[in-house]
Unconditional design. Sequence first.
Lengths: 231, 54
Amino acid sequence: MTHLVEWDAPSRRRTEEDWEPPSRRVGRMLGELMLTAGLVLVLFAAYATYGKAWRIESEQNALAGELDRSWAASAGRPVEGQPMARIHIPKLGRQWAVVEGVSQADLRKGPGHYPRTAQPGQIGNVAIAGHRISSVFWDVDRLDRGDVIVAETRTGWFVYRVVRQRLVLPRQVEVIAPSPGRPGEAPRKAMLTLTTCNPKFQNWQRLVVHAELVREQAKSRGRPAELKGHP
Amino acid sequence: MIFPWIWERLPGGRFGKPLCSALLIGAVVLLLWFVVFPLVDGLLPFDDVTVDGR
């Protein structure tokens, strides 16, 4: 007996040759599901490395203008989610608008300033958190003692130099205490602290960089010499 | 199974079907990238960067 196969029919009829035992059908279904899940995971990895970095970069472009406009307008108290200062790290060739707050939504825009920690230039500790991704704090582990971190506010430039880099556990809140490492003690120095996750793409440690204020310069006196050649 | 099932139901002929499937794949990728992943990402702990008391 011959089959007449209608090739121009909308969907091909199943023939006897297509038959396979149910176990194989289940196996094929599982295989397809796993392949699909694998592809989705690879895409998610790409999103985590590139997609988020791009999103933060575009947010940063918007924030840079917003910060300049708000500085031109008036001095106000920092508002959660709004840019409050800029930090420059010449060694890494980077600068960011820092937003007030460290919630997930805040950190999606760039580095965030821990609320109720000091403002740049003040005695105390300016604590800033940022993602460990390429457009934010990916390379802060390259900062060594003496490297420059400049904080820029509406009124001035504050030049900090790195004094220490350390790895801590996520619960070690004393690193952002007014006197870093000595919670409860009254601060005597003006410090700046960066926190990010460590190792890269993992979350069981925090990489912490402490820097100490070495000098400040009024906005009216132009950019500090430490930022020469920095974009 | 799944993919042949979809393929059989895609409209278009010899050139329409590949075009349709490319559009479909593109739509799924965009949906994942711009809607699903940002939502999922917030629920995952991989990018906790702050120190806190908890």
